[in-house]
Design a protein around this ligand. Structure first.
Ligand code: FAD
Ligand code: NAD
Length: 479
């Protein structure tokens, strides 16, 4: 291929998940010519095999539980979930795994969509492999932005790969609930999958190597989710390791042998043991980086260790916060940095600017859509202490708040606010209870805004809403 065959753009983005789409939209909106390279479906993991289908699968059981928790409505909500209808509704949210709608949106945003596998081919050059068609080479005047996301990690357990385990992909796209399902892991993917599939009739056994679920969060969150899963009939086996796994050729069943010698037989085995970066076949070696590693970036998402200031990485693959909303936040910062630098303006690392993803380090909000939901932002009490902050944690029972009791007769929940006692600001908050995800943004604003507690007491929650939990927390702290 000669130089003349190369197509020049201002910006080339590889990976059209939520992060890549938002980077490309930001640079195109600013008038920079932008190519967006995608090898599978435009919209990425989030739209087709992660956030969207999993939440679509979880919502019907949550709606039913809500109605059943209210006397007067309970009898009307006495029927069973309809698994076929639940899965059909999920399928409509993923458009039957057809990305034409999102691809049309990309084009309408003035972005050139290039289908194929993108990989770096030296400085500012991206080669796109396109199956039967010949490769295309794209060059970038200002920036190449890598947004290729992550894929499920499959641990090195004897026999595991051979049983063709489900990963989150199958766990969010399977068409029929397996009668019995083993789930390896105790993080958000495992907890949400166990909640969803058990609500659809699967007999679920969770295999957790740690002492509890959701171990990155406040301990009471994992305990509440575990208790609820058990009450729903899920078997939660903590402190366990899988010795080997095998699928019987005749029955098709998977036998799992645990370290205590016990065995488990299931139709399917879901691996939810974390993620790996999709950087293995990305040509990183052509620019002096190690293939298959997470990419280290600064707060503008510029990859460290690559001279010339042209290579960026945003979203899951920089391992800062593996969440869609944080990938999109990084995308906005990254696009702004690229645009400023293209215009010859400074885009320094100072915090809280439009081109720095400062919240990655200070205030990452997350909602785990189990029943009860778990919502958190900022630091847990333990993390805050590990970071040497002088903190005090105060708790309240959310069910005691009038708005919660009115909302559901069976409302049970707990909230924790972690306060930096020197600055008297909230550095972390965790909420557990039905629908608490909708309450999280107030906490995020308190943490990001570093609102002094003395001022926070003037933020009056409306009566009778669940948001009155803030009054209880502030009273408990003694402001
Ligand atoms: C089951 C599950 C549920 C989740 N639920 C939530 C949730 O409720 N909320 C939340 O915030 N987060 C959730 N997450 C996390 C969320 O899915 C990710 O953080 C998010 O998808 C990351 O976005 P991304 O754009 O960085 O990567 P991705 O969404 O993974 O997109 C990357 C894109 O790059 C493409 N690509 C990869 N390599 C190449 C290449 N060489 N050339 C061209 N294209 C390439 C891929 O095909 C893909 O389309 C969940 C994750 C899982 C597994
Ligand atoms: N609602 C949400 O926000 C949501 C939902 C799902 C996923 N996600 C994000 O997606 C990412 C992936 O989630 P995840 O739950 O897969 O990862 P995770 O890293 O949060 O949890 C992985 C779990 O697997 C276990 N594990 C790891 N290796 C193991 C091994 N060899 N043997 C046994 N157990 C092992 C860990 O102990 C842990 O319990 C996370 O960053 C998560 O935040 C978010």
């Amino acid at each position: 291929m000669t130089q003349a065959d190369e197509e020049g753009y201002d910006v080339v983005v590889i990976g059209a998940g939520p992060t890549g789409e938002n980077v490309a939209a930001g640079t195109a909106r600013a008038g920079l010519s932008t190519a967006l390279v995608e090898s599978e479906l435009v919209g990425g993991e989030c739209s087709y095999w992660a956030c969207v289908p999993s939440k679509a699968m979880l919502r019907p059981a949550a709606a039913l539980a809500e109605a059943r928790g209210v006397r007067g409505a309970r009898r009307a909500a006495g029927g069973d979930l309809d698994p076929d209808a639940v899965l059909a509704r999920r399928d409509s949210f993923v458009s039957g795994w057809d990305d034409r709608g999102q691809a049309d949106w990309v084009r309408s945003a003035g972005i050139d969509l290039v289908r194929g596998h993108g990989r770096l081919a030296g400085e500012r050059r991206v080669e796109v492999l396109r199956g039967g068609d010949g490769p295309r080479t794209l060059t970038a005047r200002h920036a190449v932005v890598l947004c290729t996301g992550s894929a499920a990690a499959v641990p090195d357990v004897e026999g595991l790969r051979g049983v063709r385990p489900w990963t989150a992909r199958e766990g969010t796209s399977a068409g029929t609930p397996p009668r019995r399902l083993a789930v390896l892991g105790g993080g958000p993917v495992a907890c949400e999958a166990a909640t969803a599939w058990s609500s659809l009739g699967s007999e679920v056994t969770m295999l957790v190597r740690g002492t509890g679920l959701l171990s990155a969060m406040e301990p009471f969150a994992g305990r509440a989710v575990e208790e609820a899963l058990r009450a729903d009939g899920v078997r939660v086996r903590t402190g366990t390791a899988v010795r080997r796994v095998a699928r019987d050729a005749a029955t098709g069943f998977v036998t799992t042998e645990l370290d205590d010698g016990s065995r488990l037989e299931t139709e399917e085995f879901l691996v939810a043991a974390g993620r790996l970066p999709r950087t293995g076949a990305l040509g990183l070696d052509s620019v002096g980086l190690d293939p298959g590693t997470w990419l280290e970036v600064d707060d503008t998402c510029l990859v460290t260790g690559v001279p010339g200031g042209w290579l960026y990485a945003a979203g899951d693959l920089n391992h800062r916060a593996l969440l869609t909303h944080m990938g999109k936040y990084q995308a906005r910062a990254c696009a702004a940095a690229v645009v400023r630098r293209a215009e010859g303006r400074e885009a320094g690392p100072e915090p809280w600017t439009g081109w720095t993803a400062t919240a990655d380090r200070a205030a990452v909000p997350q909602v785990v859509f189990t029943r009860p939901e778990v919502a958190s932002v900022g630091l847990t009490e333990r993390r805050a202490r590990e970071e040497g902050l002088p903190v005090r944690a105060v708790d309240c029972a959310v069910g005691d708040v009038a708005g919660a009791a009115l909302r559901r007769d069976d409302y049970r929940g707990r909230a924790r606010m972690v306060v930096d006692t020197e600055r008297e600001v909230v550095v972390g908050c965790t909420l557990v209870g039905p629908d608490v995800g909708e309450l999280l943004h107030a906490a995020t604003i308190a943490v990001v805004g570093e609102v002094p507690l003395g001022r926070l007491r003037h933020a009056v929650p409306a009566f009778p809403t669940v948001g009155e939990l803030w009054l209880r927390l502030l009273e408990e702290y003694g402001t």
